[in-house]
Design a protein around this ligand. Structure first.
Ligand SMILES: Nc1ncnc2c1ncn2[C@@H]1O[C@H](COP(=O)(O)OP(=O)(O)O)[C@@H](O)[C@H]1O
Ligand SMILES: [Mg+2]
Length: 374
């Protein structure tokens, strides 16, 4: 097929150092297939679990989940690559040990498909700013705030947006005065959810039913992050999500239809297995069966949360709708799960924007943005 020599070069970056490495690979497999090769020149770049950058194959089969013990990962033995600022533009340079460094050319836009720390948290965004490359999604500050459930709540609350009561336990507080920490948790009332502040995919999260379970849950969360968030449980709350995409040419952000997640009785909450392992019983209802006024409230709060954090590109905002119909924000994800069966693309598909169109819209938004201060 004839291709234009002026196709923008897209580097799809995936894998990464966080515990969500495998999920990122799965997402990359789908995005790589969805990018129109007539319009874009695509380079797949993997970040291995140890942080090494390599030129990946992008073979969708290699990037799929094959079973509980067969999660995909970036192959660290492939040729190394760096993204460097040369002559004011971001260029890729291959540095395979067996050959001289080879310039692979300029990158016009990076699609950072990384979840969790060292990816969704502003670190790669900072690197891309330094390299002078445009990229899809939120900038440094928004990514960092969105990643840290503590600061996310501070920012949302400061804008008057509803969140559940919480307390934060830092490493120093837990080590120097655990009794005071336990007291602050008791004041929330049980059950509570204990979470690593900068986690994702439910990794390290526990539901704590009474004070006797707290220490174990804190230890589990601290295995992933020295800073721990403890939050009042949304008892009887329904889990509702909404996708937000930045408007084109300065238009207001747009909210998708809202959707609901229901989990079968064997999972007490939406844990890692319920999220990703193929045979698990998780139901996504798109659109959610909710009264219009509640769905509209969710959409309105989603756009407000997107703006509160100065997000760009995309975000998924997750809610609990409580039995008394109060709507509270659980979290905002600046790089939500993005396989075609993930919630974010499904909500947009139900809103009239299919997967390839969504990928194209995000690339176009990123390419239109100037580099420099946002
Ligand atoms: N306060 C809460 N009340 C009820 N369920 C919760 C609460 N916090 C978390 N959960 C459950 O745990 C899941 C993961 O928590 P979340 O804060 O979304 O972390 P992650 O960033 O890992 O997705 C939620 O989808 C929900 O099922
Ligand atoms: Mg979540």
């Amino acid at each position: 097929m004839e291709t234009s020599p002026h196709r923008p070069r897209v580097a799809v970056v995936f894998g990464g150092r966080s515990s969500e490495h495998a999920i990122s690979c799965v997402t990359a497999g789908s995005v790589l297939q969805a990018i129109d090769p007539d319009r874009y020149d695509v380079v797949p770049i993997g970040i291995a679990s140890d942080g090494r950058w390599v030129l990946e194959s992008g073979d969708p089969d290699r990037l799929a989940i094959k079973g509980r013990d067969q999660l995909p990962q970036v192959d660290a033995s492939r040729a190394g690559v760096v993204l460097a600022n040369q002559d004011g533009a971001g260029r890729l340079v291959a540095h395979d040990a067996s050959s001289v460094p080879e310039a692979l050319g300029q990158v016009d836009v990076v699609f950072p498909l990384l979840h969790g720390p060292w990816g969704e948290d502003g670190t790669i965004q900072g690197l891309l700013e330094m390299a002078g490359v445009r990229y899809v999604g939120a900038g440094v500050l928004s990514s960092a705030v969105g990643m840290d459930k503590h600061y996310m709540k501070i920012v949302l609350q400061a804008q008057g947006l509803p969140v559940l009561p919480y307390t934060v336990i830092t490493a120093r507080q837990w080590e120097s005065d655990p009794a005071a920490c336990r007291e602050a948790v008791d004041a929330l009332g049980y059950p509570v959810f204990v979470k690593p502040c900068r986690g994702g995919s439910s990794i390290g999260i526990s539901k704590v039913h009474d004070a006797s379970e707290l220490d174990e849950a804190v230890a589990e969360a601290r295995a992933h992050d020295p800073k721990v968030l403890v939050e009042a449980a949304a008892v009887g709350g329904r889990e509702i999500e909404c996708g937000v995409v930045e408007g084109l040419d300065g238009a207001a952000p747009e909210a998708s239809v809202v959707a609901e997640i229901t989990i079968d009785g064997t999972h007490e909450f939406y844990d890692f297995a319920a999220k990703y392992l193929p045979e698990e019983q998780t139901r996504l209802t798109v659109p959610a069966e909710l009264p219009d006024r509640i769905a509209e409230r969710v959409q309105e709060l989603s756009v407000q949360a997107f703006e509160a954090l100065s997000c760009e590109g995309l975000a998924r905002v997750d809610f609990f709708v409580l039995p008394d119909e109060r709507v509270v924000i659980n979290e905002i994800n600046t790089m939500p799960g993005f396989t075609p069966s993930s919630m974010f693309p499904r909500m947009w598909a139900a809103s009239g924007v299919d997967y390839p169109a969504l990928v194209d819209r995000l690339l176009r938004l990123a390419l239109r943005r100037d580099t420099g201060l946002r």
